[in-house]
Write a protein that binds this ligand. Structure first.
Ligand code: RAT
Ligand code: ZN
Length: 420
């Protein structure tokens, strides 16, 4: 051990941890971002930032009785952004986590947030190209690569994959299977129409044909994993089409191709359908037994799992202690708030050491990488200072190199080592 590498005081520890946590680049393992090839699917800039669906839910609370969801969605993007700015940032102090996000981003871009002048801030984005803005944001957020969410049934995405063309190598693909797994009744005829010999009741060649579909999309996308979001009443094994697609096609394919399967468990879609995407949410805790069963019975499959309910977090860690083929990841959606990130990350470190993926951004707008990662880095630094500090008090002397190794694991290497 090099002497100058040893950390001997608490103040030095704090300085080194903060420095490493800020300077280490991140692999963002789940986003809804797209590279410039995807045209209108790529969202960036202040109006997009302000009309994030987390903020739409908040403005609809604030507007209660004034603007209906239908009136809101009939507005142009600029009008929606104006309303959100007016109601949540001017008529109200923007201190919810969703409101804090744009303030962090605009401040980090060097804009004068104190002026509260939205039109002036819009000017900043007016003559930027998406390509140059992506570069700027990746640098500012210190993100080296992001994993997209790619839906093989999305009419806007399909032509991009079919016509090929090299994408931005910083954007990795993930094969999202919500349509296939959760809406078999609707996707079966679509698959049949695309020439796959599939039957609604899974008879005949159906399973082989679904696997052929997965193989063809794997070929097109080179995804780093397959993914699905699942409801809180998800059960496995079970006598329904959702469990059937997973059991007979997705898991055998994952095992055969060594392609990890990510499950995001606990979402209830359309709790308030009038809010459209902003109306999806959570209505209850999921049953961890499904995860335990899968890890035990499919030890040749790697599972990346995040759960939406705070109440599932402890048992997810406990199951992960027993199954190395289970990688807990991220503080998802309603859990992506400082107090909950702090609680969940501490618990994971205490139960799993450094062997998990603590965060993903779920960014839908490029700019969000800046705030989602800045906010997370602050919390992680505090936790690590405390945890290394505990070891130091018993005489363990950490080194800078060890801290760099650990943070690099949490931000990137754990994921890449797991997916292989
Ligand atoms: O966090 C979100 O933006 C949600 O709307 C969902 O997209 C969720 O992250 C998902 O991937 O299903
Ligand atoms: Zn997501």
């Amino acid at each position: 051990m090099q002497d100058q590498d040893r950390i001997l005081s608490t103040s030095e520890l704090e300085r080194v941890v903060q420095e490493v946590v800020a300077a280490t680049p991140v692999t963002d393992i789940h986003t809804h971002l797209y590279d410039a090839r995807f045209g209108e699917l790529l969202a960036w800039g202040v109006d997009e930032l302000l009309t994030y669906h987390y903020l739409i839910a908040e403005v609809m609370r604030a507007e209660f009785g004034r603007t209906s969801p239908e009136e809101f969605y009939a507005m142009s993007k600029k009008e929606q952004a104006d309303l959100i700015w007016q109601r949540l940032f001017i008529g109200n102090s923007p201190i919810s986590e969703a409101c804090r996000g744009p303030i962090t981003v605009l401040g980090a871009l060097g804009l004068d947030v104190a002026s509260r002048d939205l039109d002036e801030m819009r000017q900043y984005f007016a003559d930027k190209t998406p390509e140059e803005y992506i570069d700027q944001v990746f640098e500012l957020a210190n993100v080296k690569e992001v994993v997209m969410t790619n839906d093989p049934f999305d009419e806007l995405e399909i032509p991009v994959w079919e016509t090929g063309g090299a994408g931005d190598p910083r954007f990795k693909a993930a094969l999202r299977l919500d349509e296939l797994v959760n809406h078999w009744e609707q996707t079966q005829p679509i698959l049949a129409g695309r020439g796959y010999d599939v039957a609604r009741d899974f008879s005949g060649k159906t399973c082989d044909e679904v696997m052929r579909f997965l193989a063809e999309w794997r070929e097109k996308l080179s995804p780093v994993y397959m993914a699905v979001s699942l409801p809180d009443d998800f059960a496995f094994p079970a006598d329904n089409s959702q469990a059937r697609v997973i059991q007979d096609a997705v898991l055998p394919f994952a095992a055969k191709e060594d392609l990890p399967f990510a499950m995001m468990i606990g979402v209830k879609r359309g709790i308030n359908p009038r809010l459209q995407m902003a109306g999806d949410g959570i209505m209850g805790k999921a049953d961890i037994k499904a995860v335990g069963y899968m890890c035990a019975n499919y030890d040749d499959v790697k599972f990346l799992v995040t759960m939406l309910s705070r109440e599932n977090q402890h048992e997810l860690c406990a199951v992960a202690r027993k199954f190395p083929n289970l990688m807990p990841f991220g503080c998802w959606w309603f859990l992506n708030d400082p107090s909950l990130i702090d609680e969940i990350t501490r618990m994971r470190i205490e139960l799993l050491g450094l062997s998990f993926v603590p965060q993903h951004s779920d960014a839908r707008i490029v700019d969000q990488l800046v705030y989602k990662w800045a906010h997370f880095r602050n919390i992680l630094a505090k936790i690590l200072v405390e945890k290394y500090g505990d070891a130091m008090r018993s005489g363990w002397i950490p080194t800078r190199a060890e801290i760099r190794r650990d943070v690099s694991g949490l931000y990137s290497d754990n994921f890449w080592d797991f997916v292989g």
